[in-house]
Write a protein that binds this ligand. Structure first.
Ligand code: FPP
Length: 265
């Protein structure tokens, strides 16, 4: 049985297409442990349910017109969890690759990895590399898996590579750093979602998230299904992104764009 077969019927209700879906959504999938504790289950049950939910959300992202999704699956800080849990999270990634790769590939998902493969068991590391290679031509959805990832770590690596490339200090701009991050060829996330009522970035995409909209919900990750995801995207659509500008400037830009596109304002 694949993860897909457990989808709840209500989750498949038709939802109107989104006017302007975010291009890049990043997700901090938090609350697996609390979901399990609430039910008197071991933490592993929470991670398993969280994995099922991930499957649903990947599908929903493609359905809703999201082009890039970045998920925080294992942070550099997660190594300090009990050894058994670390092993389980590694096993989950391996299992997802073993069992889901063909279907993800069929659905047009391009898998990418961000983070360090150093320190990860060789067998798993090579499965990650193979999965990325296998799906590299897919275009429907780019799925960036942040695994053994830390935002500060990423910036340190970027700076090291800038120095290695011999770039002169006065030539270093924000674009230089962006180009040396794991996400160098991708746009910054438009929206970062964090589940389970926490309000931190926890070292996730700290450079790329400078202007991202942030959406938090009390719902634990295993329960954050298709309709909850849709709601987050609707709320994103109602936000006004100003990138440091004033409301008047944004209104003027909107009116100008509307004139160009022949819309009445
Ligand atoms: C946080 O919940 C979640 C994680 C540490 C990552 C787990 C993610 C999954 C199982 C999804 C799929 C994973 C992979 C590898 C593709 P928590 O354990 O911190 O929950 P708590 O804060 O309630 O204890």
């Amino acid at each position: 049985m694949t993860l897909l077969t457990k989808e709840r019927p209500l989750e498949r209700l038709a939802l109107p297409p989104l006017d302007k879906p975010p291009e890049h959504v990043a997700i901090i999938m938090d609350g697996n442990g609390r979901w399990a504790r609430q039910r008197g289950l071991p933490r592993s049950a929470g991670h398993r349910q969280g994995t099922e939910n991930l499957r649903r959300i990947i599908r929903a992202a493609a359905e809703f017109g999201v082009r890039i999704m970045t998920i925080y699956a294992f942070s550099t800080e997660n190594w300090s969890r009990p050894r058994r849990e670390v092993r389980l999270l590694m096993r989950i990634l391996e299992m997802v690759i073993d069992r889901e790769l063909e279907e993800l590939n069929r659905e047009g998902v391009q898998i990418r990895h961000i983070g360090e493969l150093d320190g990860i068991h060789e067998r798993l590391a090579s499965k990650v590399v193979d999965a990325c290679n296998y799906t590299r031509h897919n275009q429907r959805l780019i799925l960036n898996v942040a695994f053994n990832y830390g935002g500060r770590d990423e910036i340190v690596h970027a700076v090291q590579n800038v120095v290695r490339a011999g770039i002169a200090p006065e030539e270093i701009t924000e674009a230089t750093i962006s180009k040396h991050l794991y996400t160098s060829d991708l746009p910054d996330p438009d929206l970062i979602i964090r589940t389970s009522g926490e309000f931190r970035l926890s070292n996730f995409l700290i450079w790329q998230g400078a202007y991202s909209e942030i959406y938090t919900t009390d719902t634990y990750w295993p329960d954050f299904g298709r309709s909850a995801f849709y709601e987050a995207l609707i709320e994103y659509g109602n936000r006004r992104r100003r990138f440091g500008k004033t409301d008047d400037q944004i209104d003027a830009e909107f009116a100008r764009q509307s004139r160009i596109e022949g819309r009445t304002v």
